[in-house]
Write a protein of this length. Structure first.
Length: 140
C-alpha cells in the first residue's frame, strides 16, 4: 500500500498553479501527479514526500485534501499486462474504484488502484504479482 495525496480542485484558471506553488514553496517534492477533471472540478492524485504533512498544509491553505491509501503493482509493460492484473482482481471479487498506470522502464509499468479493501497485497503476492513500494514510484 502506498499513500497518495488526493486534492479536490475547482476547475478554474490558476487553481492547479496555486496548488503546485503551495507544495513547492513548502519545499516538498512531488514525484508524480495525475489529474482527472469534469467541467466543474478536478481531482489531483499526487505522490509526494510527506503526504500527511502536505494534506494538512493544503487544508490550512483552503484546499480540500486528504491522504488516500492505494495499491500499486508492477506489471509487465506488454500487451495483456494490465489485463492479467484486472482478470485476477475480477476473479478474486475485488472491486476497483479507480486506477491509473504509468511506465517505469522499458519492461515494467506500475498500476495504481484504489479498492475498498486495502489489505489485498498478500493475495496479489500469492497470485505472482510484485507489489510496488514508495521508492519504486519515487525513483522515476
Amino acid at each position: 500500500m502506498i499513500l497518495q495525496l488526493t486534492v479536490f480542485l475547482q476547475n478554474e484558471k490558476g487553481t492547479l498553479s496555486r496548488l503546485t506553488r503551495t507544495i513547492a514553496d513548502a519545499g516538498i517534492n512531488m514525484h508524480a501527479m495525475f489529474l482527472a477533471d469534469t467541467a466543474e472540478f478536478g481531482i489531483a492524485r499526487i505522490f509526494c514526500d510527506a503526504p500527511e504533512k502536505v494534506a494538512q498544509m493544503l487544508t490550512d491553505a483552503g484546499f480540500r485534501a486528504a491522504v488516500t491509501p492505494v495499491n500499486a503493482v508492477h506489471v509487465p509493460n506488454e500487451p495483456g499486462g494490465l489485463a492479467r492484473l484486472l482478470d485476477f482482481c475480477n476473479s478474486a471479487d475485488i472491486n476497483i474504484e479507480y486506477a491509473y498506470c504509468f511506465k517505469v522502464g522499458d519492461d515494467t509499468a506500475i498500476d495504481v488502484f484504489k479498492v475498498e479493501n486495502e489489505n489485498i497485497d498478500e493475495a496479489l503476492r500469492q497470485a505472482g504479482f510484485r507489489i510496488a513500494e514508495p521508492e519504486d514510484i519515487y525513483a522515476f
